[in-house]
Write a new protein. Structure first.
Length: 176
């Protein structure tokens, strides 16, 4: 047993099923795909010399009233609570749910709602992950160790900000 599933059309479980309508040999198809991929990156390197999308990445400003509502603490707390509750539900479904991906909420949520939904929302509304992140919501819970003040400085420090600052700080191991 080699772990593959065989059907009348060829091997399916390996991801290398024989394509009945493919008019070129398999090896030629693979070499052609690799060549196209390499040439596309070479063309990007050669033809795209200056950043063309930097100005567009800043986005458009929202109306002042809408921005105030969207950046409000109340909305962030509610979105964080819903996000953390959804995370707990999906994690629970992954651990104790049905083992069939067709019947389990976790597989559908991660592969459809999360991987397709969050990028689509980010395209439409900008950085939505900073509001929807269940990790940030857990760190923002009052009285939690992550949101409590540092003993040395008395200023609030969150583990995510500390980890980011440690990665971004230049030093002998990370020159500028």
């Amino acid at each position: 047993m080699d772990g593959t599933t065989t059907t009348a059309g060829g091997e399916v479980g390996t991801g290398r099923a024989e394509l009945p309508s493919l008019s070129v040999p398999w090896w030629l198809f693979l070499w052609g795909a690799a060549l196209v991929l390499i040439l596309s990156f070479v063309a990007l390197w050669a033809l795209w010399k200056r950043p063309l999308l930097a100005r567009a990445s800043r986005g458009r400003p929202l109306p002042e009233g809408l921005e105030r509502v969207l950046r409000s603490t109340a909305l962030r707390v509610v979105a964080g609570a819903v996000s953390f509750a959804l995370f707990a539900l999906v994690a629970t479904a992954a651990v104790i749910g049905d083992t069939s991906p067709d019947e389990n909420l976790a597989a559908r949520f991660v592969f459809v709602a999360f991987w397709l939904g969050v990028p689509a929302l980010s395209v439409l509304f900008g950085d939505v992950w900073s509001v929807l992140s269940p990790w940030r919501a857990a760190a923002d819970v009052p009285g939690s160790r992550a949101s409590s003040g540092s003993r040395r400085s008395g200023r609030p420090r969150r583990w995510a900000q500390t980890a980011h600052a440690a990665r971004a700080r230049p030093g002998p191991h990370r020159p500028r």
